[in-house]
Design a protein around this ligand. Structure first.
Ligand code: FES
Length: 198
């Protein structure tokens, strides 16, 4: 995987159709959302109108509507509708900041680099869940065994660890098919607690 280029922002089950969530790509806050059709987009988490977080918005069909004044943005990031001026065709210059986005192997990846080749997605694994860990990504990674495609392993858990802040990270966990998801979830919680106590 292009670890420095692509960042795992969420697992596929984290983002059902019609949902928007916050995440980070590098140092950038982003909104990740899934349209009714299933299409996923990653945008800068800032409405072009007055800067409200787009991750607080709501999905309407194939658009994401800002929660503040209801401006709607289409899949290409362009403003599609301004409720206060319903007859106005919004200028093409009003657009969300669009990040590269690929969903593969049960993981949603984002990138700042428009030229980036596709990420190497995990193969043959099942998404388990994502957890926030109150420890630096390096502290978590120090407890894991490096594997392929940017994955790091702890027992049956395959993890993609994403820094969120200096002392916080997000771990997206996948497991081999046939692994008991409850036992894997307990192992993930135990890992989280251990890392936070370090
Ligand atoms: S701040 Fe988003 S519509 Fe006004």
């Amino acid at each position: 995987m292009n670890e420095l280029t692509w960042v795992a922002v969420a697992l596929t089950p984290d983002l059902p159709a019609g949902v928007a969530i916050p995440a980070r790509v590098g140092s950038e806050d982003v909104a990740v959302w899934r349209a009714a059709s299933g299409a996923v987009r990653i945008w800068g988490d800032r409405c072009p109108h007055r800067g409200m977080r787009l991750s607080h918005g709501f999905v309407r069909g194939e658009t994401l509507a800002c929660i503040y004044h209801g401006w709607r943005y289409g899949l290409d990031g362009g403003c599609a509708h301004i409720p206060a001026h319903p007859a106005l065709e919004p200028p093409k210059t009003i657009t969300a900041r669009v990040f590269g986005c690929v969903e593969a192997g049960g993981v949603i990846f984002g990138t700042l680099d428009p030229e980036a080749p596709p990420p190497a997605a995990p193969e043959g694994l099942v998404p388990l869940r994502s957890v926030e860990i109150g420890a630096a990504a390096g502290v978590v990674q120090a407890r894991l065994m490096p594997g392929e495609a940017g994955l790091m392993w702890s027992g049956d858990l395959a993890l993609l660890v994403q820094p969120v802040g200096e002392d916080t990270c997000r771990a997206h966990a996948l497991i081999p098919p046939g692994t008991d998801p409850k036992a894997a979830s307990r192992a993930l919680e135990a890992l989280r607690r251990t890392c936070e106590e370090d």
